[in-house]
Design a protein around this ligand. Structure first.
Ligand code: DAK
Length: 259
């Protein structure tokens, strides 16, 4: 499929890579880009060969936010009546395979929110995260006020959302927003290695693990633990569980079949 605002490729036949591609606008997330991102995510999710997806930008920007030019003249009626771009921003939440954000440069506003919608974030040492919407007279609108406090706690989330300041990669790692920080020139190697590793595991165990961790952020602890237990039990109905454990017991590599 030909895209205008993103590019896609596969790595090692198992990893789908989506690169946000509006470099002159620091990858500002226009409505048209978000439509394409949704299409690419769905296509990789439906592709049997793909086990994990990586979203990335360029050295200067993962994404500097939603496109301010596109939003500038909207009225309340425009955004409320049409439920402003919500559909396209929600696609990623329905993707069942793991999605890794490989972030270098700016991840601001909707860019930070998009990264937080991914399953985890690997950051280059030049990454900068922030929710600067307050400076535009608005607030985060794609989950930033909810996901940021869950990731970094109330104090730092309030600090970032209310001041609009940026947080560098080191601070983001210490706060728990990103899983690892790596030198800029190693970012894609690291993200692709993680994605290839995940793609090599049994697909059902990977999807169950993702579902369970996400459940930790919805509902009560008791509900989440029960949900985890039932999916844990269910995995004993898979051939991959037999294979994985037999391989361990017999000291050989596992050959998962996603069955
Ligand atoms: N939108 C449009 N264009 C942008 C942009 C953005 N967010 N960010 C940068 N650009 C453009 C600049 O206008 C400039 O274009 P030209 O002037 O060259 O034509 C070009 O990218 C390079 O930017 P700068 O010249 O400003 O570059 P600097 O290195 O000097 O500064 C910067 C980099 C990242 C600090 C600066 O560009 C900046 O402050 N950008 C804006 C960051 C920001 O405010 N982001 C939040 C936007 S609001 C929702 C979904 C999403 C959202 C809301 C609701 N729903 C589902 C309901 C999200 C909202 C937002 O993200």
């Amino acid at each position: 499929m030909a895209y205008e605002f993103i590019t896609t490729r596969t790595e090692g036949e198992k990893v789908g890579v989506i690169t946000l591609n509006r470099p002159k606008q620091l990858n500002a997330l226009s409505p048209a880009l978000m439509v394409e991102l949704g299409q690419a995510l769905k296509a990789f999710d439906a592709d049997e060969a793909i086990g994990c997806i990586v979203i990335t930008g360029n050295e200067k920007a993962f994404a500097a936010g939603a496109d301010i030019g596109a939003m500038a003249t909207y009225t309340f009626a425009d955004v409320y009546r049409d439920d402003y771009i919500t559909r396209d921003w929600e696609t990623i939440g329905g993707i069942r395979k793991p999605v890794i954000a490989a972030v270098s440069g700016f991840a601001l506003g909707g860019g930070c929110e998009l990264a937080m919608m991914c399953d985890f974030i690997i950051a280059a040492d030049n990454a900068k995260f922030g929710q600067p919407e307050i400076k535009l007279g608005i607030i985060p609108g794609a989950g930033g006020t909810q996901r940021l406090p869950r990731a970094v706690g109330k104090a730092k989330a309030m600090d970032l959302v209310l001041t609009g300041r940026m947080m560098d990669a080191k601070e983001a790692e210490a706060a728990g927003l990103v899983s690892r920080v790596v030198p800029l020139d190693k970012l894609m190697d690291e993200a692709l290695a993680a994605a290839l590793m995940i793609s090599g595991y049994g697909r059902m165990a990977v999807m169950a693990a993702k579902e369970c961790v996400n459940k930790a952020f919805e509902g009560t602890l008791a509900d989440g633990v029960m949900f985890e237990r039932r999916l844990f039990h269910a995995l004993f109905a898979t051939a991959d569980q037999k294979e994985g454990m037999d391989a361990f017991v017999n000291k050989r590599p596992a050959a998962f079949k996603n069955q």
